[in-house]
Design a protein around this ligand. Structure first.
Ligand SMILES: [Zn+2]
Length: 386
């Protein structure tokens, strides 16, 4: 296997069978996930997605068409959070705003970021491209797959945040975006940082994240699209700024040699947690999964594969969720209850199944309030002290 970023030798890091097609949305299908990695450039990727990008995009299409990107009830417009301010600060350090006119954001969502730019720099002409049709948008937006859109090379700045990691053919995507830029113009790419997710106890290996980028991988990918990396920022997410110009020859990024160790220690923790949960079950304890979502399905598929279906069926299991509409439904073979109606028969090991910090922050106090001295608490695979 060859690394799609640096063409170096690559290896399979692990496989997981029967994963939900999307961790965020019900797709009614499961896939086997194979994660590959490269020691030359620290790129990790979903091998199946990269092997057949068209098939991957075809079965992800219904998920992305119904992606609920921002909850309008939850966030005022424009949402200006720590992430927004970090990216804006990074751009301020490198952009000559008065000299810029046309700015495009690909994956613009409701237009929050562009609306904030407009507030700061009233002279900018802004346009968003968004693949999910949304009812509420605050800036001029084209709703289409960006690959279907052509522009003359006229933009001074193109921004794409939290999009590249979903692309199974990132070279095609970046080359396409580069075609929108005038010579010398800038492209900002923001992606999640694998290490940050691992630190938060989040399992980063979701099917829809086709690529897990390092700075080096991004620099190499940019070169293949005629872009030169001029700056990188890891304050919050990984943001890199490319300029549309021929590269100078020498690579400017270095390889983060601890990334492989971090990934392996995370996988080791997953193994340890599985062993601990197995012991818990064998001592007559109950496993109570909190959050009847695809996160639960992803996690339980790993356990079912590891323990065998028959053993899993014989475990003392419970599944609880805060949404009343889910109560009494069956998810992954378990009947969903409310946390309040769940009556543990013995000691209980709670597993909070949530990807996002703001969900976990709501869920953790609720479960902590119910725990006895013999109970245990995990956030996905990560044991929590309390
Ligand atoms: Zn590589």
């Amino acid at each position: 296997m060859q690394c799609p970023m640096c063409a170096g030798p690559a290896e399979v890091v692990f496989r997981r069978l029967g994963q939900p097609g999307s961790v965020h949305l019900p797709l009614g299908k499961t896939v086997d996930l194979e994660i590959a990695g490269c020691r030359n450039c620290d790129f990790f990727w979903n091998a199946e997605a990269f092997a057949d990008p068209e098939a991957f995009m075809a079965w992800m299409a219904p998920a992305y068409a119904s992606y609920n990107l921002l909850d309008n009830d939850l966030h005022g417009f424009p949402l200006v959070d720590e992430r927004t301010l970090t990216v804006k600060g990074f751009l301020d350090a490198h952009c000559d705003w008065p000299g810029m006119r046309q700015v495009l954001e690909v994956g613009s969502n409701r237009g929050d970021f562009l609306a904030y730019l407009q507030q700061c720099h009233g002279h900018l002409q802004l346009l968003g491209v968004e693949s999910t049709p949304l009812s509420l948008v605050g800036v001029p937006t084209l709703f289409n797959d960006v690959h279907e859109i052509r522009f003359s090379p006229s933009f001074d700045l193109v921004v794409t945040r939290q999009v590249l990691e979903h692309m199974p053919d990132p070279g095609r995507f970046l080359t396409h975006l580069a075609s929108f830029l005038r010579e010398g113009a800038l492209l900002l790419v923001e992606v999640p940082v694998l290490e940050n997710e691992l630190d938060e106890g989040v399992d980063p290996w979701v099917v829809e994240h086709a690529g897990h980028y390092s700075e080096r991988a991004l620099e190499l990918l940019g070169r293949s699209a005629g872009l030169t990396l001029v700056a990188a920022d890891r304050t919050y997410q990984l943001s890199v700024l490319f300029r549309k110009q021929a590269h100078a020859g020498v690579l400017r990024t270095s390889v983060n040699s601890v990334r492989w160790k971090r990934v392996q220690s995370f996988l080791h923790r997953v193994q340890e947690s599985q062993a601990q949960w197995r012991q818990w079950v064998e001592q007559g304890g109950e496993l109570c999964f909190y959050g009847a979502s695809n996160v639960f399905l992803a996690l339980s598929a790993v356990l079912r594969e590891k323990w065998g279906e028959e053993y899993w069926q014989g475990c003392r299991l419970a599944l609880v969720d805060d949404y009343p509409r889910k109560h009494d439904e069956e998810v992954g073979g378990l009947r969903v209850q409310s946390l309040e109606s769940h009556a543990p028969l013995g000691k209980t090991l709670y597993v909070v199944c949530a990807m996002y910090r703001y969900h976990r922050q709501k869920m953790l106090p609720r479960v902590l309030g119910r725990m006895g001295p013999d109970d245990r608490l995990f956030a996905m695979w990560t044991p929590l002290a309390y």
